[in-house]
Design a binder for this molecule. Structure first.
Ligand code: NAD
Ligand code: AHE
Ligand code: ZN
Length: 368
């Protein structure tokens, strides 16, 4: 079949709207009609050329929601008409990782996914007879896409696509990092570096579990109002502060119980660790840093009890947890609507990247 898609032909260039060829689902695969997709900073990161796994031409996008149109041979858990959210972290429920209680990083298709192809090593997308790569196993910047069955969470049919698409990455990453990975306890002091599409979800996750102080850090004061609405109790603008770490230690009675880095900057990653409380503070890296970047600190920071760790997709097991997070939204436990600041047709998707780079949006969503 043919489908409209935004194609990334080259790093650093705008996406190009094209009619591409899409082959039908093979064994264990599912054809999905996307109804909406969010644009995450990671899409911009890969498009910039900083992603060591970035390969072109590709159809980016990993934050979608849609409807099952066709199922391939052997698919048993989904049927035509089901509403689904694509999962860049799948859940096969069989690999060593899925069977281990300490990780959500299913590895059953990770290798081929990282190369931009389906588990059988081929792409379903092509243009003028030349293959176009998939991205993060999702490629939600296409009106139709094909995914493995294990990379789709089945969700309730009354959930609005234009909002719950955000659960495909940003909401789950932020709220999940608090709930599933850090397991923040009520009364904790939490510090959040970066008040964008991820950081604001960390903030609402921290409020949800009953955190005490929730300190936000951002260079852009335009983010303050929204952050307060989501639960931020204190704000620090690093450009107006001589020593961010000292300021945090003062605000939190000696340091954060938990800090979250939601920027992707190795300098703020160091600050996020070093603002943690001696003896027990934990710092969670969520931000993605470019090829060749490394983190550093004095080992003494860890010797004296601080813990440095990371979180991918909020530690969520997609097929199990994503439907529950959709319920949280539908029951009013979390707010998604206010974070979706812009919507647009696929033809205008490059505007979403401009808005993000200028700090003017939280989430832009493309409506198909
Ligand atoms: P975003 O652009 O919406 O937000 C980033 C925020 O950081 C902005 O508000 C910006 O003003 C602020 N910022 C930038 N540099 C700063 C600095 N030096 N000091 C203070 N604030 C600064 O991006 P996002 O969509 O929220 O994504 C944030 C990061 O999380 C990205 O690196 C993205 O790739 C990553 N991410 C990781 C996962 C995961 O599973 N680990 C999932 C999604 C996104
Ligand atoms: N490909 C990059 C790393 C990108 C990365 O860290 N991706 C996160 C999700 S970001 C979503 O917006 C992730 O889940 N990582 C785990 C994984 O297996 O990719 C690189 O540096 O090579
Ligand atoms: Zn993302």
């Amino acid at each position: 079949m043919e489908t409209r898609a935004a194609v990334a032909f080259k790093a650093g260039e705008p996406l190009s709207i094209e009619t591409v060829q899409l082959d039908g689902p093979r064994k264990g695969e599912v054809l999905v009609e996307l109804k909406a997709t969010g644009i995450c900073h990671t899409d911009a990161f890969t498009l910039s050329g900083d992603d060591p796994e970035g390969a072109f031409p590709a159809i980016l996008g990993h934050e979608g929601a849609g409807v099952v149109v066709e199922v391939g041979e052997g698919v048993t858990s989904l049927e035509v008409g089901d509403h689904v959210i694509p999962l860049y972290t799948p859940e096969c429920r069989e690999c060593d990782y899925c069977l281990h209680p300490k990780t959500n990083l299913c590895q059953s298709i990770r290798e081929t996914q990282g190369k931009g192809v389906m588990p059988d090593g081929t792409s379903r997308f092509s243009l003028n007879g030349e293959p176009i790569l998939h991205y993060m196993g999702c490629s939600t910047f296409s009106n139709y896409t094909v995914l493995p069955e294990i990379a789709l969470a089945k969700i309730r049919k009354d959930a609005p696509f234009d909002k719950v698409c955000y659960i495909g990455c940003g909401v789950t990453t932020g709220v999940g990092a608090v709930v599933y990975d850090a397991k923040v306890e009520p009364g904790s002091n939490v510090v959040v570096f970066g008040l964008g599409g991820i950081g604001l979800n960390v903030i609402q996750g921290a409020r949800m579990v009953g955190a005490n102080k929730i300190v936000g850090i951002d260079l852009n004061e335009g983010k303050v109002e929204m952050a307060k609405k989501f639960g931020m109790t204190d704000f620090i603008n690093p450009s107006k502060c001589d020593n961010v770490i000292e300021a945090i230690l003062d605000l939190t009675n000696g340091g954060a119980d938990y800090s979250f880095e939601c920027i992707g900057n190795v300098n703020t990653m160091r600050q996020a660790l070093e603002c943690c409380h001696k003896g027990w503070g934990e710092s969670v890296i969520i931000g993605v840093a470019g090829a060749g970047q490394e983190i550093s600190t004095r080992p003494f920071q860890l010797v004296t009890g601080r813990v440095w760790r990371g979180s991918a997709f909020g530690g969520a097991r997609g097929r199990t947890d994503v439907p529950k997070i959709v319920d949280w939204y539908m029951n009013g436990k979390i707010n998604i609507d206010d974070l979706i600041t812009h919507t647009m047709p696929l033809e205008d998707i490059n505007k979403a990247f401009d808005l993000m780079h200028h700090g003017e949006s939280i989430r832009s969503v493309v409506l198909y």
